[in-house]
Design a protein around this ligand. Sequence first.
Ligand code: GSH
Length: 219
Amino acid sequence: MITLYGVYRSRATRPLWLLAEANVPFTHVPVIQSYRLATPMAADAPLNTLSPAFMAISPQSAVPVMVDDDLVLTESLAITNYLARQYGGDLGPQGTAEQAQAEQWALFGGISVDLPGIDIIYTYADGVHETPDGIAKINAAVGRLVRPLERLETLLGTTDYLMGGRFTVADIMVAECLRYAQTHKPLHAAYPKTFAWLARCQARPAFAAMMEQRNAEPA
Ligand SMILES: N[C@@H](CCC(=O)N[C@@H](CS)C(=O)NCC(=O)O)C(=O)O
């Protein structure tokens, strides 16, 4: 039985979207990030990333975490890949070459796309995107995205999806990493095929269902 720890307002969206696509039963434990609480160690604090009960499962003190029988996994993209391979049918890689490609897309998303996107989304969320510092931060993040987005733009000129000509775990992982940068609209005009692909992925009912749960959580 799968247990997924982590609120929807976290990188848990990656495995949560996959689970919704695959229609797999699981137990959801909405562990919240400690930094979002004034007193995470208070006796009446909700279960959070510093709670001893959670740290007993994952001393790294971050979400998401997945437990499936004896297997405990941290890292959202490793969890998503595992779930796809184990329970995802065609969403998962078919054969060795696709396994390697799925790993490649996980690393691509996690290393090249996720953190510049985080810089962008927090700059907007903090309301400083029009200040000189905010503009500089966004420009630096956009600069780090040039090579990965050019790569996606070239690929998506030849195929509708990242792997195997069909929607897969690779699309979920990279789309969720890119969602953070989506806030910055000039990127849409600069990389139209990439953002058309993102819109295609986000038009899926499982994405909408996942986002509905996310939006229902307090910000
Ligand atoms: N690379 C990790 C990052 C995990 C991570 O930073 N999670 C954040 C939420 S998205 C967290 O749990 N932070 C907890 C804290 O700082 O207290 C992954 O993708 O799983």
